[in-house]
Design a protein around this ligand. Structure first.
Ligand SMILES: Cc1cc2nc3c(=O)[nH]c(=O)nc-3n(C[C@H](O)[C@H](O)[C@H](O)COP(=O)(O)O)c2cc1C
Length: 184
């Protein structure tokens, strides 16, 4: 399984990016995880710019999603919702809606925040957006509260409970890719 990992945070020391790195360490040898690094370059969505060729950063994002077997998104919560840069990238990727690269793509949403609740509202909104785009949203639950206690300064995961949740989430995501690959 080739996983494209997307962090909703641009921050250098992002806990959400660290959570994705922790997930990468749990993969079986046959699986790979590539972290998408292009979110900062995606321009603000403008329907007037929806012409071919797409802006290079948008085209690269769409290609990365299209070539992945599954997508794993870790999102922080900003004001009880999805970070704007992440939503902006997804709005670009959602076009054209009927054939967008997320349609039928297995996607798992996880997240962490410095507060108690682990970005649950942002995750719920993100799942809603992905479902609207036609993604195959996996039923996984990884909401890591108090990120600063669960990840150290270097981004290492300190919590075995979270590690077990990540392992379960990856197994569920993998099971979602099987019908997707069979249908391809
Ligand atoms: C603009 C902004 C809004 C935030 N709003 C929330 C919020 O509504 N709920 C929450 O739990 N944390 C909120 N936070 C805290 C973030 O969840 C926390 O900073 C998190 O660690 C950011 O993720 P990162 O480490 O991956 O960058 C907010 C942070 C920022 C910068």
């Amino acid at each position: 399984m080739r996983i494209l990992a997307i962090s909703g945070s641009l921050r250098q020391g992002s806990h959400n990016t660290s959570l994705l790195r922790a997930a990468e360490e749990l993969l079986s040898p046959l699986d790979t995880l590539e972290l998408w690094e292009g979110m900062r370059e995606v321009p603000p969505y403008d329907q007037d710019d929806e012409v071919e060729p797409a802006p290079p950063a948008v085209a690269a994002f769409r290609a990365a999603v299209a070539s992945a077997d599954a997508v794993l998104i870790a999102t922080p919560e900003y004001n009880s919702s999805i970070p704007g840069a992440l939503k902006n990238a997804l709005d670009w990727a959602s076009r054209p809606i009927a054939t967008n690269v997320f349609r039928n793509k297995p996607v798992a949403v996880i997240g962490t925040s410095s507060g108690m609740f682990g970005a649950v509202w942002a995750q719920a909104e993100l799942r809603k957006v992905l479902a609207a785009m036609g993604a195959r949203v996996a039923e996984v639950e990884v909401a890591v509260g108090r990120a600063q206690d669960k990840l150290d300064e270097e981004g290492n995961l300190l919590d075995d409970g979270v590690r077990a949740e990540l392992r379960d989430a990856l197994a569920t995501l993998s099971s979602e890719t099987v019908p997707a690959l069979a249908a391809a």
